[in-house]
Design a protein around this ligand. Structure first.
Ligand code: HEM
Ligand SMILES: [Ca+2]
Ligand SMILES: [Ca+2]
Length: 304
């Protein structure tokens, strides 16, 4: 039931208003890019793409964003959606017409294009969800130590194929990770080997330097050591060299079932780009709310 140009009659400039607000935010800080993309993913995988992740906790409700798996979502993603919503609502005819869930989908499309990734037409028509609880996040988001079967089954639960999962994982071509998310790979990996043998040796040494054993937990490092500010297929080239940061990244190359796709997309950015557009469009359809199951929030971080 989603479609392109959904707001053509009700708020014809919705997409350009959002794009302008996102561009302004992008010029202030690059973190806007990874923060917004990850926010969209974490929204869609819990209760569908309904902006449930943006809701603030209240005295009586601990919201999704305060679940441990969401605590590292960067504030600039939330801020991007809130700023874009304010820009939309500043136009009298658009006021309370555009959902926060759609604004997040548009902002995600825009930050990908701004950082050099593929441009695509975004489907719209989502309503905002009416519930957000920390408990509902349990077991719904992938962990960095997942193997291919675990990744596949979690994505399959939302109608996404292994190919879609490999394409979406390329979001790790931009953005940051805290050291704790991969420290198991560079210290005390196993009885046989202190360092994960699938990790490039020189890269492992660099990671140990950037993330010494008792590092400040607030330290975050680039996930793509080569082009951290470009949304590109270098993600797959890194995997070929043992430079995937998480087990869940590197396994896409070490498991023979996913390796052929990694090799193909490392070699051809056009085929990657079109697979990515297919996959993120499917991600945007997950669990969409319509009718009585949703509404259009006045403020994206609180229920009406
Ligand atoms: C395939 C399974 C995935 C796992 C296990 C995973 C795990 C993680 C982890 C552990 C971080 C670091 C968080 C931190 O320490 O701050 C991260 C960051 C990130 N993830 Fe994923 N992720 C996965 C898939 C995805 C997908 C599908 C997307 C979007 C399409 C995505 C987008 C991002 C982005 C953009 C960041 C950087 C965030 C920032 O810099 O603020 N991830 N991911
Ligand atoms: Ca959601
Ligand atoms: Ca990159």
């Amino acid at each position: 039931q989603l479609r392109q140009n959904y707001y053509a009659k009700t708020c014809p400039n919705a997409e350009s208003i959002v794009r302008n607000a996102v561009t302004k935010k992008f010029r202030q800080t690059f973190v806007t890019v990874p923060a917004t993309i990850r926010l969209f993913f974490h929204d869609c995988f819990v209760q569908g793409c309904d902006a449930s992740v943006i809701i603030q906790s209240t005295g009586s409700n601990k919201a999704e964003k305060d679940h441990p798996d969401n605590l590292s979502l960067a504030g600039d993603g939330f801020d991007t959606v809130i700023k874009a919503k304010q820009a939309v609502d500043a136009v009298p005819s658009c006021r309370n017409k555009v959902s926060c869930a759609d604004i997040l989908a548009m902002a995600t499309r825009d930050v990908i294009a701004l950082s050099g990734g593929p441009s695509y037409a975004v489907e719209l028509g989502r309503l905002d969800g009416l519930r957000s609880t920390a408990a509902s996040v349990n077991g719904k988001l992938p962990h960095p130590d997942f193997n291919l079967n675990q990744l596949n089954s979690m994505f399959a639960a939302h109608g996404l194929t292994q190919t879609d999962m490999i394409a979406l994982s390329a979001a790790h071509t931009v953005g940051f990770s805290h050291c704790s998310k991969f420290s198991n790979r560079i210290y005390n990996f196993s009885r046989q080997s202190a360092v994960d043998p699938t990790l490039n040796r020189a890269y492992a040494t660099q990671l140990q330097q950037m993330c010494p054993k008792n590092v400040d937990p607030r330290i975050a490092i680039n996930m793509d050591p080569n082009t951290p500010r470009a949304f590109d297929n270098v993600y797959y080239k890194n995997l070929q060299q043992g430079k995937g940061l998480f087990t869940s990244d590197q396994v896409l190359f070490t498991d023979r079932r996913s390796k052929p796709v990694v090799d193909a997309w490392a070699a051809n950015s056009n085929t990657f780009n079109s697979a990515f557009i297919t996959a993120i469009t499917k991600l945007g359809r997950v669990g969409v709310k319509t009718g009585r199951n949703g509404n259009i929030r006045r403020n994206c971080d609180a229920f009406n």
